[in-house]
Design a protein around this ligand. Structure first.
Ligand SMILES: Nc1nc2c(c(=O)[nH]1)N[C@H]1C(S)=C(S)[C@@H](COP(=O)(O)O)O[C@H]1N2
Ligand SMILES: [Mo]
Length: 391
């Protein structure tokens, strides 16, 4: 701790904070539970530290898969990487909420300490704790609201959640540097009292476990029936696959049903190609069993039927290192296009799907044609495709 000259300390405590207000003088009497204690706070802190670190790592994967820097080439295999990292991110994050609440409850008497600031060092430390708590609450609250489609916030979720993650990670790092040693020593020594910490900690962990059990079915299909808290479940929606954005919601219905629909390949190509539905069906047809893995944590595996993207690009004669922008009929919206890099478009499992689970593609799943590719966020599995622009 930073030591200040006694005169400055006295000035801070005596002059600035002469006497605590009455509510604060009476407050400590209300914190009767012995669970507001160092050991409980330490265990919860360690669990939160691990969980936030995992969320940060999986969150970065999610961000850079969706917004790859120019030099980043994500592999297309194993097909389920994104499904697993994003499932861990969302379900792990949900399970952490009770731990965070338990931790805040445990330490909240410290909020009322008097004087609020004892020295400059103490003031900086407290400020960092406020940043830590604020960033953590922001991440968990916006995360939960986002998967519940409750967009009460005015800002764009993805950007805010991404940048706040760095604030949270930085504040956590400093917090671990300040308190980590103390927490480690605390949990390493044996307690000699009769405080019932174990019951409290197990309750918080159990609440997290219940959340996992009631949401994991949104991505682990055999547990779908347990997924009572999950916003999306396998088996719901047309052709057994949930729909996020319907054709009606995006205003593509008329365009998608237009008999004049054609798929065109343009940009840096040897020859432009225009394919009618019959021409697409005349190309070699393939089936790929691949998941739709939404950023919101749900995922569903399905059988997709259609033509290989690489076969279509070969007709136009594209370079091996080409990048392809897949464009939707959708007139506007963030997810009307997606970029497909060589590892993905060269993968034989990457299809322009014309069918799903043995039937022609449903309008809400992207009829007449949608992209489906392994190890890729759901938002990049573009529906109602009509143009491939090569660069
Ligand atoms: N054109 C277009 N494609 C899109 C979207 C969209 O809004 N517009 N949503 C994406 C999202 S967020 C997901 S999770 C998947 C969902 O696919 P599904 O509706 O076939 O299940 O489609 C993706 N493709
Ligand atoms: Mo999604």
């Amino acid at each position: 701790m930073v030591r200040r000259p006694a005169s400055l300390r006295n000035a801070l405590t005596k002059a600035a904070f002469p006497k605590p207000p009455r509510v604060l003088r009476e407050m400590p009497a209300r914190f009767t539970s012995r669970l507001h204690d160092e050991r409980v706070a330490s265990w919860l802190g360690i669990a939160l530290g691990v969980s936030v670190t995992v969320s940060f790592g999986t969150g970065l994967v999610s961000h850079f898969m969706q917004h790859p820097a120019g030099w980043m080439l994500w592999p297309s295999r194993p097909v389920n990487v994104y499904r697993v990292t994003q499932g861990v991110h969302v379900i792990g994050g949900l399970a952490t909420v009770p731990l965070l609440l338990a931790k805040l409850w445990t330490v909240y008497p410290k909020l009322w300490q008097w004087p609020p600031v004892r020295s400059i060092g103490h003031g900086v430390q407290r400020l960092l704790v406020f940043v830590l708590v604020g960033a953590a609450l922001f991440q968990y609250v916006t995360g939960v609201l986002n998967i519940a489609y409750w967009y009460v916030f005015r800002f764009y979720f993805t950007t805010a959640h991404y940048w706040t993650a760095y604030i949270l990670a930085g504040a956590l790092l400093i917090h671990v540097a300040n308190e980590g040693g103390k927490a480690r020593r605390t949990v390493m020594t044996r307690p000699h009292d009769t405080v019932h910490r174990r019951g409290f900690l197990l309750t918080a962990a159990g609440a997290g476990g219940v959340i996992v059990l009631t949401t994991v079915g949104q991505t682990v299909t055999p547990l779908a029936r347990l997924a009572v808290l999950a916003p999306r479940r396998p088996g719901t929606g047309p052709q057994g696959v949930p729909v996020n954005k319907s054709a009606a919601a995006t205003g593509v219905t008329a365009l998608a049903r237009d008999p004049a629909w054609r798929l065109t390949v343009t940009g840096r190509v040897a020859r432009e190609v225009t394919l009618a539905p019959a021409a697409l069906r005349a190309l070699p047809q393939h089936t790929a069993r691949l998941p739709i893995a939404c950023v919101e944590g749900w995922s569903v595996e399905a059988n997709w039927h259609g033509v290989r993207l690489r076969d279509v690009l070969a007709l136009a004669g594209v370079d091996d290192d080409a990048r392809v922008l897949v464009e939707s009929l959708q007139p506007s919206g963030l997810y009307r296009t997606s970029r497909v890099d060589p590892p993905h478009w060269q993968d034989p499992l990457t299809l322009l799907a014309l069918g799903l689970n043995g039937e022609p593609l449903h309008l809400d799943h992207g009829f007449p044609c949608r992209l489906i590719s392994p190890n890729r966020p759901g938002v990049m599995q573009t529906k109602w495709v009509h143009r491939l622009v090569v660069s």
